[in-house]
Ligand binder design. Sequence first.
Ligand SMILES: Nc1ncnc2c1ncn2[C@@H]1O[C@H](COP(=O)(O)OP(=O)(O)OP(=O)(O)O)[C@@H](O)[C@H]1O
Ligand SMILES: [Mg+2]
Length: 247
Amino acid sequence: MKIEFQGLTKQYDQEHVVLKPMDFSDDIHTLAIIGPSGGGKSTLLRILGGLLLPTSGQVSVGGEELPTDERALQKYRQGLGFVFQQGGLFRHLSAMENITLPLEQVHGYTKQEAARRAEELLERFGLGADGRKKPSELSGGQQQRVAIARAVAARPRLLLLDEPTSALDPEYTNEVLDVIHELKNEGMDFVIVTHEMGFARHACEKVAFLCEGSLLEYGDSASLFVHPKTRQLERFLSRLLEWNVSE
Ligand SMILES: Nc1ncnc2c1ncn2[C@@H]1O[C@H](COP(=O)(O)OP(=O)(O)OP(=O)(O)O)[C@@H](O)[C@H]1O
Ligand SMILES: [Mg+2]
């Protein structure tokens, strides 16, 4: 999936420049966006997803330019899948209905088609026995797997994930990362904002390091973690290692 932006900036108000002028162009399959808190990762992901408009600059995903009017934006967003930190599911619907409802109401599936697709995904993500449960009856990890199933159900051209595991107890993190990794093996392109450096390094082909609103480094994950070019990335990585007891 080709992702391009030129002169992209974002300001929420007059004083603070959240994204400084940014240029980017590459064909991406799996991209991790990493960096310190407040650096602009979620802002950039939301712009790519058409959930937020940039203050200036051009953005295109898969050759489709980010539109500016609401109706075209809606259509643009329909081609993408979104997963957020937590709480993205409809609380009053079952796991199954969380997946079938958007398929029927947004993507024009029949009831039967939607049910078939949802069953297939629940089964594949190890939730075959949980379709009737409401989110409150599922563990955090199960809820996030339902959220991912819902996001990929209509076969989006790109999946955008913003810290999908950061609200989870550690024991559930891996089961969610496994599901994302499996999607990669099936050829699903994604951009993930994550603090899971092991996943960024070993499961994502490319990594972007965003710091204080600037895209300071971008490259192959295999080399970026081993040979940071900037003092900021070096410091960011060494800060992470400081509390990493497994090393
Ligand atoms: N809706 C908003 N209105 C005003 N300022 C905002 C808004 N959303 C984010 N910001 C500011 O923009 C900056 C970047 O925020 P963003 O959420 O993109 O960072 P982040 O890299 O995702 O951080 P984190 O790792 O903590 O999630 C922060 O200084 C934040 O306070
Ligand atoms: Mg964020």
